[in-house]
Design a binder for this molecule. Structure first.
Ligand code: SF4
Length: 680
């Protein structure tokens, strides 16, 4: 009889990629547990995720009308033949740019898909980051010129968590958070809600959603007017300080209190604590601040604070490197082919100027339906989830118009409805993968079981597409094993060595942090300094109305929505520990935790609208409506409605207008639109 084996796998359901011990018997996963402690609810339900009845097991070709959900099983040979025929024909007739290569979830294969897009000749490599994280990085790049610097929490005396509820959005970090508390580190949390994270904070700044920019400008006002800023740094390394200070002067604590709803004394206290109890780091969230129509400018106001207070690139602040790192190929190192105009380039030029190695596709549906800036004919999707977009039904209609649409995915979701071809991908339990870990370590995510049905590793599928179309890419064309070794090459390690060491190995070449490298190298910005007034944004002042300073625009004044008709603020997608976009609703353990779409409402609002807990209600916005069950919560301010998205039983993103976008990044204002609620 087979004995039970323990395989070391990295969870692929969401971002942190937690290490999992998978217990495997007779070729099947019998249970899972966290390698170094607990897993979140989603990770703990991995078995039901892998063996889910909605898994796509074979290549499937559409045989009915688009949207009829009629598919038939075909062989991989037939599937690849069809892909090659259609993609080469479309390239010949309409040019390579008419094909979009799209990476959704998971993310691990992104550089390989970018290589395929480049080899095909399309500038249109896009990812789900068109609505997640990239705007935060763009904001940072416009100030410092490099990628966002996260805090060095091991050495910080104060940590400012700006809209991060770690317990729900990054479970492994919640342990570290508890460690900070034990060490006596001062903690400030900015969050419109009361959460597990805010409960343990020394100061909780509870602001109205979308007012982050005003709060940050108010903190800067205190810091500068009380002479708590780093004058030496500002004098030598900052561009545009005077213009910035002239603007900041108007953001007195009293005015900021009126905008944000927070007590002016608490704003002053937080500003003093952050500026004087250093080193102090700011933990930035991926999308909460940027899911507003003034998202980039709001985040710029926040992200200037490390430079203002001398916390940029110092131990315990926001350093460029907080510990040793290992060199490797791929992530962030493959450049997008930009020889032709990409989608989104005319709408959001700063996205491309800064630059970002993907096109901006928030307006994908418009680009397809209106043939802007040119006809889009084919879409090669990996983990495409239409529910990540505002008004997802509108996008569904657009996908119908495509001449060829292939989606590679784990589950037969309704995002596959308009596809001509649906291909089965593997979970992380069914393939090997090289993982770069913190501190310069590498490990291999072991293949715990054989792929279910005829599922394949995403990168194997990408390589087959490349080779069968006769395209060339040096890193990919030698096969998957060689590609993994190519990723590892600069580290001096090989896949075979990692296979012998499931616990992981340190890179043979390490890079060590060097504090304040800017003293030698300057900053990669047009001025060579930290730009409190961004020259990249200023360039578009006349043509697009962008401002170089972190201008605060209040969504309540600029939304264009009739707020008498839609008096409640709508916030979609606030993180829940048992949800991850649309993906895990189908997992029974998780589905049972929350069976119906929930509408979170403050008891004061429930009284106004004569609604009670557990009652069904309808939420309406200028563009859509959805039904759900009322849940009362005092965690929110009155006047704000929270609904999670991605639910086939009631889609919150149906309520968000596709045109309600941050003009700089193109990010939808998911966290501050408007709605009303009615009894049924
Ligand atoms: S937080 Fe949960 S779902 Fe995300 S990687 Fe970790 S275990 Fe998996």
């Amino acid at each position: 009889m087979d004995k039970t084996e323990v395989k070391k796998v990295f969870c692929g359901i969401c971002g942190p990629c937690c290490p999992i011990d998978a217990y495997v018997k007779e070729g099947k996963i019998i249970s899972v547990e966290g390698s170094y402690g607990g897993l979140c609810a989603k990770g703990a339900a991995s078995k039901q995720y892998v063996y889910n009845k909605e898994r796509i097991l074979y290549p499937m070709k559409r045989i009915g009308e688009k949207g009829s959900r009629k598919f038939e099983r075909i062989t991989w040979e037939e599937a690849f033949d069809l892909i090659v025929e259609r993609l080469l024909e479309i390239r010949e007739k309409h040019g390579a740019k008419s094909t979009i290569f799209y990476a959704g979830y998971p993310k691990w294969y992104r550089p390989a898909l970018l290589r395929l897009s480049n080899a095909y000749g399309s500038p249109n490599f896009c990812t789900e980051s068109s609505t997640c994280f990239q705007a935060a990085d763009i904001a940072w790049k416009s100030i410092y010129g490099n990628n966002i610097c996260f805090p060095d929490m091991n050495n910080a005396k104060t940590v400012l968590f700006w809209t991060s509820n770690l317990y729900h959005s990054n479970t492994p970090m919640s342990k570290m958070y508890q460690g900070l508390k034990k060490k006596g580190v001062k903690i400030i949390v900015v969050d419109p809600r009361k959460t597990a994270t805010t409960c343990e904070a020394d100061i909780h700044l509870r602001i109205m959603p979308g007012t982050d920019g005003a709060l940050a400008l108010g903190m800067a006002h205190v810091i500068i007017s009380e002479n708590l800023y780093d004058k030496e740094f500002v004098e030598n390394y900052v561009y545009g300080f005077e213009e910035y200070w002239n603007y900041v002067k108007d953001f007195t604590p009293d005015r900021v209190s009126e905008i944000t709803g927070e007590d002016p004394e608490k704003i002053i206290q937080a500003a003093r604590m952050y500026a004087t109890n250093g080193p102090a780091g700011i933990m930035f969230s991926a999308c909460t601040v940027v899911h507003h129509i003034n998202g980039v400018q709001n985040y710029r106001a926040v992200q200037i604070l490390p430079a203002l207070t001398g916390n940029y690139d110092v131990k315990g602040g926001n350093p460029v490197m907080s510990g040793p790192a290992a060199p490797c190929n791929e992530f962030g190192r493959v450049k997008r082919y930009d020889g032709e105009e990409a989608i989104g380039e005319k709408d959001f030029p700063v996205w491309f100027d800064l630059p970002c190695n993907e096109a901006q596709c928030t307006r994908l549906a418009d680009y397809i339906l209106k043939e802007e800036p040119y006809p889009i004919k084919a879409f090669v999707g990996f983990g495409f989830n239409r529910r990540m977009w505002p008004q997802p039904d509108y996008l569904q209609e657009a996908m119908k118009k495509l001449d060829f649409f292939v989606n590679v995915d784990l589950f037969m979701s309704d995002s596959c409805d308009m596809a001509d071809l649906v291909l089965p991908a593997c979970t992380s339990f069914e393939r090997e993968e090289v993982k770069a870990l913190k501190g310069g370590k590498f490990a291999i995510s072991q293949k715990a079981i054989e792929p279910l049905g005829e599922a394949k590793n995403d990168i194997e599928i990408i390589i087959q597409m490349l080779l069968r179309m006769g395209l060339h890419d040096e890193a990919l064309e030698k096969g998957y094993e060689n590609y993994m070794n190519y990723i590892l090459e600069p580290s001096g390690l090989t896949v075979e060595e990692l296979r012998q060491h499931p616990e992981g190995l340190m890179s043979k070449n390490l890079r060590y942090p060097e504090e304040k490298l800017y003293k030698k190298q300057g900053f990669q910005t047009p001025s060579g300094k930290v730009e409190f007034c961004s020259q990249v944004l200023e360039k578009y002042r006349d043509s697009y109305g962008y401002k170089g300073i972190p201008e605060y625009i209040d969504f309540r004044e600029y939304s264009g929505v009739d707020q008498e008709k839609y008096p409640l603020i709508l916030n979609t997608g606030t993180r829940k520990p048992h949800r991850f976009h649309a993906r895990v609703y189908r997992v029974p353990w998780l589905a049972n935790l929350e069976k119906e779409p929930l509408i979170e409402l403050h008891p004061d609002d429930a009284e106004i609208y004569q609604l009670s807990e557990g009652e069904e209600a309808i939420v309406k916005s200028p563009v859509g409506e959805m039904k759900g069950i009322v849940v009362l919560s005092k965690n929110n301010y009155p006047g704000i409605v929270h609904i999670y998205h991605g639910n086939v039983k009631g889609e919150a993103n149906d309520l968000i207008s596709k045109d309600y976008l941050d003009p700089i990044s193109g990010f939808p204002g998911y966290k501050s639109y408007f709605c009303k609620i009615e009894k049924i």
